[in-house]
Design a binder for this molecule. Structure first.
Ligand code: BES
Ligand code: ZN
Ligand code: ZN
Length: 495
């Protein structure tokens, strides 16, 4: 999608012009001009229609050729004093969905209430357009009579130079949509090799170095976690490392890890069949990391990033690892496997220890669809944060408040570490029965983060995909985590 700008008085030959109205307000001077251009249709409809400018409501008017646009699309913004950046993102998504369903090429929009926010809203508005336009029809046969309409271009009516905010918003939306695409492709397509290929495409950009470890390397590298989990699958596993150096000399370095489990059957501790198909989404942590790195490749921010996506399937078969097995992770700690379905923490153990033993990072964030417990605790709107460093957790929370990529912190202290101690190995891969399952998973991961590294684990098992979400989140993968980290990068990078 392209977004260009043009001032209102130079617009011409438009199929649709889009405006946003606040609930319970008289028409502004600018909207009075719009009303006059379409012979009072707008003020008439506002009186007669039930629209009332409620949030995310819409109304379509025809102008009978009285002006430079054939149709006027009116979007409700709700009450002015309740308007937020997230609502701006929502109404932009509502608008773009309507524009797409109308299948018209020449469309323009005004700011949809953005200026009422009193801060930089352009990238939020553009994010809403880009995220709201997302669809995934890759596996549907083409309907020749009714081809899918792709909206290529939106004109923003505006006098100012806002190109850099537009670029930022579009890059963010594209990264979110990349993460969604990776998630939507099923397990027989989005294999570990597919993720590795996606990483190598991204790593063609300047300042990237890509390293991939394969099954043959695991033993000599000491990656006992991913080796154990991948033993039951014929599909080649990949341990993907992307190293971006945007500021080699003295810039900050961010560590990222994403669980890339391309299908989780549970292994020998097999899952029940209902909803097992959804375990194709068990790589959404890895998808978020790849989406983030794609945006980094475009924006080339001045900081450094080490990103690791350990990727494999978790299946059952003659070579599969078994309950009772003991594995040794990269940092030498031994793990008693009590449930082969708690596999995510095993592959993350190698990734977190490899990253923190070999690179000095100022902060490390991992994303993982790690526990069913987090879905029970927080539902689908919040990701859980579990951290060893309160300042870093506070920073993530503040970025989350800003981006509306919502997180909520759960506690972590040494009492939880007791819950993951094993009688015969250093740790076990389950906690204390069902109690605090999301936290004991975090306590397990902490054992593999080198002491002194500020770290946040983000459990996205609930927030990773949706059945019905906000207008900018389609059914299926949400792309959670991408906006959060791109904003963190913005705050960490040098200008
Ligand atoms: N991938 C699952 C977690 C999951 C469950 C994600 C539901 C999304 C929705 C993970 O590998 C898993 O199975 N975790 C187990 C751990 C338990 C055996 C300690 C769980 O949460 O039940
Ligand atoms: Zn599992
Ligand atoms: Zn899993």
């Amino acid at each position: 999608m392209r977004i260009t700008t043009q001032s209102f008085d130079t617009l011409k030959d438009l199929d649709i012009y889009t405006i946003g109205l606040f609930e319970g307000e008289d028409l502004s001077e600018k909207h009075q001009l719009v009303d006059a251009a379409c012979n009072g249709q707008l003020s008439y409809a506002l009186k007669e229609d039930s629209f009332k400018a409620k949030l995310n409501k819409k109304m379509l008017l025809y102008t009978s050729g009285s002006t430079v646009f054939k149709r006027l699309l009116v979007i409700g913004l709700g009450k002015r004093d309740e308007y937020t950046t997230d609502k701006c993102r929502q109404v932009a998504a509502t608008a773009v969905k309507e524009l797409i369903s109308l299948k018209k090429e020449n469309v323009a929009s005004e700011y949809l209430g953005g200026p009422a926010l009193g801060k930089d809203f352009v990238n939020v508005l553009v994010e809403g357009f880009g995220m709201g336009a997302y669809t995934f029809n890759h596996y549907k046969s083409k309907d020749e009579e009714n081809p899918e309409f792709v909206l290529e271009h939106i004109i923003l009516s505006c006098k100012h130079d806002i190109q850099s905010s537009i670029k930022k918003g579009l890059t963010t939306a594209k990264a979110v949509n990349t993460a969604r695409d990776l998630g939507n492709h099923p397990g027989n397509v989005a294999t570990p090799t597919y993720l590795a290929n996606a990483a190598s495409e991204i790593a063609k950009a300047p300042n990237f170095k890509l390293t991939i470890f394969n099954r043959e390397d695991f033993e000599k590298m000491g990656f006992g976690g991913i080796k154990g989990v991948s033993d039951g699958s014929d599909e080649p596993p990949k341990f993907i490392i992307m190293h971006y150096t945007g500021d080699e000399k003295d810039g900050k370095t961010l560590g990222l890890v994403g669980k890339g489990l391309t299908f989780d059957s549970g292994g020998i501790s097999i899952k029940p069949p209902a909803s097992m198909d959804e375990m194709k989404f068990d790589m959404l942590g890895g998808a978020a990391v790849l989406g983030i790195m794609q945006a980094v490749a475009t924006m080339q921010p001045k900081l450094n990033i080490v990103a690791i996506v350990p990727s494999t399937e978790n299946l059952l078969g003659a070579k599969a690892y078994k309950p009772g097995d003991i594995l040794k992770a990269y940092n030498g700690k031994t793990i008693e496997v009590l449930n082969t379905d708690a596999e995510g923490r095993l592959i993350l153990a190698d990734a977190l220890s490899y990253l923190t033993e070999n690179f000095k990072v100022d902060g490390l964030v991992d994303f993982a669809t790690l526990t069913g417990a987090v879905v029970v605790g927080l539902g689908h709107r919040y990701s859980a944060v579990i951290s060893n460093n309160q300042d870093f957790a506070d920073e993530i929370k503040s970025v989350s408040d800003f981006t509306h990529d919502k997180v909520w912190q759960l506690p972590l202290d040494e009492d939880f570490t007791e819950d993951i101690k094993s009688k015969i190995a250093d740790v076990k891969n389950t906690g204390n029965g069902r109690a605090a399952g999301a936290i004991t998973a975090g306590a397990f991961l902490q054992e593999f983060v080198k002491k002194g590294t500020p770290w946040c684990h983000i459990d996205i098992a609930g927030s990773g995909w949706n059945k019905s979400g906000k207008s900018y989140n389609p059914d299926g993968p949400t792309g959670v985590g991408v906006r959060l980290i791109l904003e963190l990068i913005d705050r960490w990078k040098k200008e």
